[in-house]
Design a protein around this ligand. Sequence first.
Ligand SMILES: Cc1ncc(COP(=O)(O)O)c(C=O)c1O
Length: 454
Amino acid sequence: MPVGPSIEELHFADAPSVDSVPGPDSKRLLERQQEIESNAVAYPRRVPIALDEARGATVRDVDGNTFLDFFAGIGVLNVGHSNPYVLEGVQEQIATYTHTIDFPTEARLDLIERLREIAPGDLQGNSNVVFGGPTGSDAIEGSIKLAKHNTGRHGLLAFEGSYHGTTAGALSLTAGKAYKDGYGPLLPDVVHLPYPSASDETAVDCADALEAVKRKFENPYGGHETPAGIWLEAIQGEGGVVVPPAEFLRGLRDIADDNSALLIVDEIQTGIGRTGEWFASDHFDVTPDAITMAKALGGTGLPIGAMLYHEKFDTWGPGGHVGTFRGNVPAMVGGIRAIEYIESHDLLSHATELGAYLRDRFAETAATTPEIASVRGKGLFIGIEFVDADGRPDADLVTEIQQRCYENGVLVWNAGRYKNVLRLIPPLVLTEQQAEIGADVICRAIETSTGDSK
Ligand SMILES: Cc1ncc(COP(=O)(O)O)c(C=O)c1O
């Protein structure tokens, strides 16, 4: 008997249903926000909605418009907004106790055990989990400390196109200059090397990319301290849903082993079933030394970050890595319930099948749309890359498509080094019918927008 309601029962039945947007009540809240909140607010500038209620893969704004949500809080709501099975456990927990720093609780230990069971490769059963601060960036900070502590080195190696967060250490690993320009100096001896792509023949070659990594470790005149670790997203998210060739991860594994460095895979956006496996590392048959998690780990958007690492690196003494908010028990219950819901409704297979269906639909459109340079991804982690008539990245076209999708009731987001990739990360509870309707809206938006640009 599956836990909770079926995925069909989770959503607003009428989505998408959109009048003229933004409606008057949304406008009022958006204007009020603009007056009093920081100018740093970003999402409502491109998707001007104010939410009233959200369920499953659908959201309703304060004017009563309903949308299909194809970005799910940027990979947070894998089991959908307000999943009743998750909420039930979370609400019970909130009424009992919420915060325990790191005193043991059933929920804390159950979540650790579940994560050890679903961890990639040889990490299964051989790993420890540490909670720190509640964000993905906090988990990355923990991973930097883990690698430094275990190697006695401070150099860090990451990749072009990467996004690892915005705290000082994580920002040092992030490649996007828009996030870091003006804030240097950040951590010293951090290098960013090319990241190869399996779906873009113009991207850097895998063997060349691996050679560059090897040289950073082995060339005595390489110019940086030997790295303590290699950080990568197994599929780059913010960088444009870039899937590397499997040889890349396997090659990195060998280089890390040969040089006593840690291989740290950032699963913050790809984890907890997003790509049709529990973790994106699973697609490449490689066991990382550590994985970082956050986003979907709290089940229903509750903040929790964690790192799972091989037990041989558990060298910290008591208090070796701490943080006040490492005991968010409702978020831990949310995580356990989300994992149970995914298992019970076989959402890994569902994400694989629905992702293949969506990519096929976009590939059909691509066959008659030269502006589409590539359709890629795994599971429900999908990128569609757009270029102009000269083959240059076309961010404006993506903005136009995003606007059309919004006006027709489908929320999508962008990504890519040049913001020219449409990024689709719907909840894993998206139904077949919703996938079909969503694809119709997105394909129509692409056709109309590319028709306009001709
Ligand atoms: C791959 C990856 N790493 C790290 C982060 C940072 O997480 P947070 O925003 O929770 O600090 C993100 C956030 O988008 C991410 O996608």
